[in-house]
Write a protein that binds this ligand. Structure first.
Ligand code: TLP
Length: 345
């Protein structure tokens, strides 16, 4: 469904609106008080979510940010460091919440291509031998959003997790777009989640549900997570009304993510052709196009906006265009035409 104001909205996949099937499911949802564990629809969503990522249990949370923050509180002792990609959401886009909510300091890792390897874990784990802080947790972001939605493959996740295990360190995956990674790589989300202790994924991004994310892990960790959700004020009572859309998201909206990936690649190809060096289309494997702002004219975003196409920035150096369910082929053509015209009027 195109955007209601007729514009093409490439700012984020968070702008997706619920499908007709979601709206029907929401209207008909059986509900109860979820804080008593009595909302049958939330319970069904949590069971389904846990099964999809191969974990014992899952808890429904209002946002991806809350899911990540709960994981930090459950997994990392206060006063330790979290190994984290430098541009990860946990570090850059959660308003410094790790320090405030979890009493943690972040040790940022160079992440230009979205990846780091086991050697980074080994090095960080040696910290106390050199008067450096104790490491408490390792995190990865899959897909890695600012690196252009790059997916981590199961072997890459396992290599980092194995190094963490050698040092008895837990691993959390910010899998806001875990299903984009799974679809792009042709693997099950459970294969990507198997090596990590907790995984958060969002229902409200490419999967198009209006609200909500899931945090999954062992039964013990998720019991602890429910307590932290309560502490953060995240208990939602008759949340079956929104959880119903989450069930549709997980059962009907995963396979179609491939369409978003194909459209993102076409946007990247057009950008690379018109503005050489702005983006490498070969690296656009999911639904994110992160382009180097310095390779684009300063008027880029304004020119797109004048043509009815919205895009945004994620830092001073990066312009971002994101494809999603509410961008169809007609919208894509409009965006491609707008890119072609940038700076030419
Ligand atoms: N990211 C948003 C902005 O905050 C940047 C977006 O438009 O992409 N992890 C990752 C990797 C994310 O990209 C996001 C949202 C979150 C976590 C947080 O999810 P919400 O918005 O549900 O708190």
């Amino acid at each position: 469904m195109p955007s209601p104001d007729g514009r093409v909205d490439l700012r984020s996949d968070t702008v997706t609106t619920p499908t007709p099937a979601m709206r029907r499911a929401m209207a008909e949802a059986e509900v109860g008080d979820d804080v008593y564990g009595e909302d049958p629809t939330v319970n069904r969503l949590e069971e389904l979510a846990a099964a999809r990522v191969g974990k014992e249990a899952a808890v429904y949370v209002p946002s991806g940010t809350m899911g990540n923050q709960i994981a930090l509180r459950v997994l990392a002792p206060r006063g330790t460091e979290v190994l984290c990609p430098a541009r990860a959401h946990i570090r850059q886009y959660e308003a410094a919440a790790a320090a405030l909510n979890a009493g943690l300091q972040i040790r940022p890792l160079h992440d230009r291509d979205g990846m780091f390897g086991p050697e980074a874990v080994e090095l960080a784990a040696e910290g106390p031998a050199h008067h450096l802080p104790l490491l408490g947790l390792v995190t990865i972001e899959n897909t890695h959003m600012p690196a252009g939605g790059v997916p981590w493959a199961p072997a890459q996740v396992e290599a980092v997790a194995a190094a963490a295990r050698r040092h008895r360190l837990p691993v959390h995956c910010d899998g806001a777009r875990l299903f984009n990674a799974a679809v792009a790589l042709g693997v099950n989300a459970a294969d990507l989640a198997a090596p990590v202790d907790t995984v958060m994924f969002c229902l409200s991004k490419g999967l198009s549900a209006p609200v909500g994310s899931m945090l999954a892990g062992s039964a013990d960790l998720i019991a602890a997570a429910r307590l932290e959700r309560a502490r953060l004020g995240g208990g939602m009572r008759q949340a079956g009304v929104i959880a119903a859309a989450g069930i549709v998201a997980l059962t009907e909206m995963v396979d179609r993510l491939a369409e978003d990936h194909a459209r993102a690649r076409r946007l990247a190809e057009a950008l690379a052709e018109r503005f050489p060096g702005s983006v490498d289309p070969e690296r656009v494997l999911t639904n994110m196009v992160c382009a180097r702002a310095e390779a684009l004219p300063a008027s880029f975003l304004d020119d797109l906006a004048a043509a009815g196409v919205r895009a945004g920035t994620i830092d001073q150096a990066t312009v971002r265009l994101v494809t999603h369910k509410d961008v169809d082929d007609t919208d894509l053509d409009r965006a491609l035409a707008a890119i072609e015209k940038v700076g030419r009027s």
